[in-house]
Design a protein around this ligand. Sequence first.
Ligand code: ADP
Ligand code: NA
Length: 325
Amino acid sequence: MKTVFSGIQPSGVITIGNYLGAMKQFVPLQEDHESYFCIVNQHAITVPQPPTELRTNTRRLAALYLAVGLDPEKATIFIQSEVPEHARLGWIVQCLAHMGELERMTQYKEKSQSRTEAIPAGLLAYPTLMAADILLYGATVIPVGDDQSQHIELTRLLARRFNHLYGDLFTLPEGYNSPFTARIRSLQDPEKKMSKSDPNPQSYISVLDTPEIIRKKVKRAQTDSEGMIHFDMEKKPGVSNLLSLYSAFKRISLQEAETHFNGRGYGALKEEVADAIIEDLSPIQERFQDIYASNELDDILTQGAKKASAKARIVLEEVEKRIGF
Ligand code: ADP
Ligand code: NA
């Protein structure tokens, strides 16, 4: 059985980009994989987080994992900082990586360039901790959006480097995604990806947004002046993004979505995209409220951390032995 690992940062709202690109893919994977789904709070502090918000967002994200359908009987669900093996292997991987390799990462360049404050060293080291997250479980299936492909490639490089220096241990991971949901675009600037850290909340939809807000945001989404609905990400990124959303939320192909809107206008497209999003998210939002309020959530996370740690310890001990600890 193959092993799947993925994590999402509890660093704000969870957007429909995170949902389609990552979280929604977790659910079917848990059926036939050894599964580890993590709330990566150590990644989140690579940019400063207000402590109370971080704690709340961590618990909310855990509740959302369960609300979308992750099942603690089938998947190990845990908080990264509660499994100390992540930080321990993270340090070792950091010592394996080269400065130049980390400085080349697009996400680091974007995040560091857009900062007006000092750049935390953790922002540079981020992909080495992510490599540790993956390698601790021998995971080969990594459902993530395409902004993470470069980090997965780096994980492969670092795993190969370790194997070469200390003998074969790590299997090489691969990304996992569908081409149309790996990069959901900003509603306001469809050249860019949708991101929870975008300062303009009109640019993203939170998985927990109310139906009214979802309708408003979709209505204001940027399109173009052509007035024809067809998929062309280069020339019509706004309309194409809406078509991708429609097909993903309706679980139909892009071609079926295009056919559905053939000859119709942008008003109809936006209305039906909003309907599709609301229809998919409403039951999740209902379950979320119940789960978030229950004590069961904390037990699930405690049990998850125990299980994850038991698995991770085996790999970490082997790594430490090989490097001479
Ligand atoms: P963000 O990039 O929104 O700050 P994270 O870094 O926590 O969020 O990413 C969580 C997961 O969501 C990752 O697998 C990432 O690749 C995926 N993801 C983020 N934004 C998008 C997007 N716009 N489209 C598809 N997947 C995305
Ligand atoms: Na990201």
